[in-house]
Design a protein around this ligand. Structure first.
Ligand code: FES
Length: 578
């Protein structure tokens, strides 16, 4: 490997060719501020916050490759003044409602202004005026806070291959917008919210539903049931200052009870149920050879992606509703009957790591007898906000257990939160059912990890085999589907999660700033916590969950049976490609 020798602030450095000055400086602890740069996602060199002095010139360090003999200065009066001017200019055209902004104290522009000691703005001039686009069920866009860094555009285009937004207009009139300035709800946006995770400021955020939940809890005629997705429990603690990857399952349950929910259930129960339903569907399709590969349907962003871009593959999607929708349907049928509660009086709230679920729960087909399966979806961030509003001392809560019968789950369910988890949970059950005996080795390492596309051939005890493929991040999913369609790959089972890393880094999870992303792979840390949770549980296979056995005996009959189809399965629709 060719090495480059140069100096930064008098320090002699030797780095591999191609290393940028920003990367080299940060590797030796020299702080250079940045804004538009987002590791592995965006290198647009558009904000100029990261300028350094090279001879007589000021150059953006995030795209400047180190060269032999360079003598870089990162902390001169000229550099500091240039950075301050850049940030002041950004602030001069920024809706500065910092005290009430959803990103207050978690805003990269605010942090820059503080670090650069900006106390007043020397430039007052014309300001961008643009109405807020809150047409989407999931993502709200406020152009008056946008800094035009392009991080959202790169994420939507390069990471997700959706291209719902881009730069529009020229010069001062430049904005980020969907094509033809359509409202976001009329575009191919798949509601994943990865643009929110990339945004350094409050220009993008989730559609908030906190008030709806407070109102439901306060209504004496409502019976309010909450359920939580697997990935929430390994991220919620971060909102209360805990390290990335802290497991807070018991504290989360305790906080939900204190908030006033009547029952606290676990979406993991329905994840176990998904394995029963989807596993049966897989075995049937393998038998008949129809609609293979079977594609998972737990992720609403992925489902909408198929509806827009691969409508010819809609029959390949599993007909299973996503786990929280299944849980909602059971709360308003099985549970309501058991407790003798009018289902119309039940409000189901889902706490999800995801903003696409805010679109999903409003789909007409996810309802029965005019009642939506799930009434309100909150993100992990919104739950944290409610806990803060209620003045609950989260860190010092004691651990509590979920309520039953819809709160008991296995290790197989909790791993649904990480890429590869649904495939692994399905394999644990399918393998054991075909073997007809108890199996000890149930850790399928081959489907774990953060590689964009993973493949594995699993030899079943009955002599047959399953070719499985797993993708996360929709650009990877697109690559995989194109290989399947062209006949290059012969796959039986495909698991896709729209967000890179899976739900652990979903669009509703605590936001990780650009600098932290450079030094830590958050998806690995949170996934580790998920697998630890799996290991800590006494039962780790979905079909061994005693309450799953009970619900089939008492209510559903058999997997893929008549009632299951009515309550737990759904259908999909072709959508516009533009
Ligand atoms: Fe380097 Fe924006 S130009 S961070």
């Amino acid at each position: 490997m060719e090495m480059i020798k140069f100096k930064i602030d008098g320090i002699e450095l030797e780095v591999p060719k191609g290393t940028t000055v920003l990367e080299a400086a940060r590797s030796v602890g020299i702080k250079i501020p940045s804004l538009c740069y987002l590791k592995d996602v965006n290198k647009s060199s558009s904000c100029r916050v990261c300028v350094v002095e090279v001879g007589p010139r000021l150059i953006a360090s995030c795209t400047l490759a180190a060269e032999n003999g360079m003598d870089i200065k990162t902390n001169t009066a000229k550099v500091r003044e240039a950075r301050r001017t850049v940030v002041e200019l950004l602030l001069s055209n920024h809706k500065r409602e910092c005290t009430t902004c959803v990103r207050s104290e978690n805003c990269e522009l605010q942090a820059l202004a503080k670090d650069l000691n900006i106390r007043d703005i020397r430039f007052e001039g014309e300001k961008t005026t643009c109405p807020i686009d809150d047409s989407s069920t999931s993502v709200v866009r406020d152009q008056e806070k946008c800094v035009l860094c392009g991080r959202c555009i790169s994420t939507c285009g390069n990471v997700q291959s959706v291209h719902a937004i881009g730069f529009a207009n020229r010069g001062f009139s430049t904005v980020v917008a969907p094509a033809y300035h359509k409202p976001l709800s009329d575009t191919v946006c798949i509601n994943c919210g990865q643009c929110i995770m990339a945004c350094p400021v409050g220009a993008l955020h989730e559609k908030e539903n906190i008030k709806d939940v407070w109102n439901a809890i306060a209504d004496p005629d409502k019976y309010v049931v909450v359920q939580t997705a697997p990935a929430v429990r390994v991220a919620l603690g971060e909102e209360f200052g805990m390290p990335v990857g802290s497991r807070v399952t018991g504290k989360m349950v305790s906080a939900l009870r204190k908030l006033g929910f009547d029952k606290v259930f676990d979406t993991d129960f329905a994840a176990d149920l998904t394995i029963m339903e989807e596993g049966t569907e897989l075995l049937k399709r393998l038998e008949s050879g129809e609609n293979l590969p079977l594609m998972t349907s737990c992720c609403p962003g992925w489902v909408k992606f198929v509806e827009h871009f691969y409508p010819d593959m809609l029959d390949n999607l599993s007909t299973c509703k996503s786990p929280h929708q299944m849980e909602g349907a059971l709360i308003k049928s099985y549970f309501a009957k058991k407790m003798d509660i009018d289902p119309a009086k039940i409000t189901v709230v889902s706490i999800m790591p995801c903003v696409a679920k805010k679109f999903e729960n409003q789909r007409e087909e996810l309802s029965s007898e005019n009642l939506q399966d799930v009434d309100i979806v909150l993100t992990t961030r919104e739950l944290a906000q409610m806990i803060k509003e209620a003045g609950i001392d989260f860190a010092n809560l004691s651990d509590e257990e979920f309520d039953n019968p819809l709160g008991e789950s296995t290790g197989a369910a909790v791993i649904f939160g990480a890429t590869g988890g649904v495939a692994e949970a399905a394999l644990r059950t399918v393998f054991e059912i075909t073997a007809g005996k108890e199996l000890e080795a149930i850790d399928y390492e081959v489907v774990r990890g953060t590689e964009g596309i993973k493949e594995a051939t699993i030899e079943l005890p009955n002599g047959k085999s399953i070719n499985a493929a797993i993708a996360h991040g929709l650009a990877n999913a697109r690559k995989l589907l194109d290989m399947v369609k062209s006949g290059e790959k012969k796959i039986d089972f495909i698991e896709v999660m729209a967000c890179p890393g899976g739900c652990v880094t979903g669009g509703g999870q605590p936001i990780i700033d650009a600098k932290t992303r450079e030094v830590m792979d958050v998806k690995i840390e949170r996934a580790k916590a998920i697998y630890d949770e799996d290991k800590s549980l006494p039962i780790r296979k979905s079909h061994k969950n005693p309450y799953i056995k009970q619900i089939y005996e008492e209510f559903l009959g058999e997997p893929n049976g008549h009632l299951s189809h009515e309550l737990l399965h759904t259908h999909y629709q072709k959508r516009n490609r533009f």
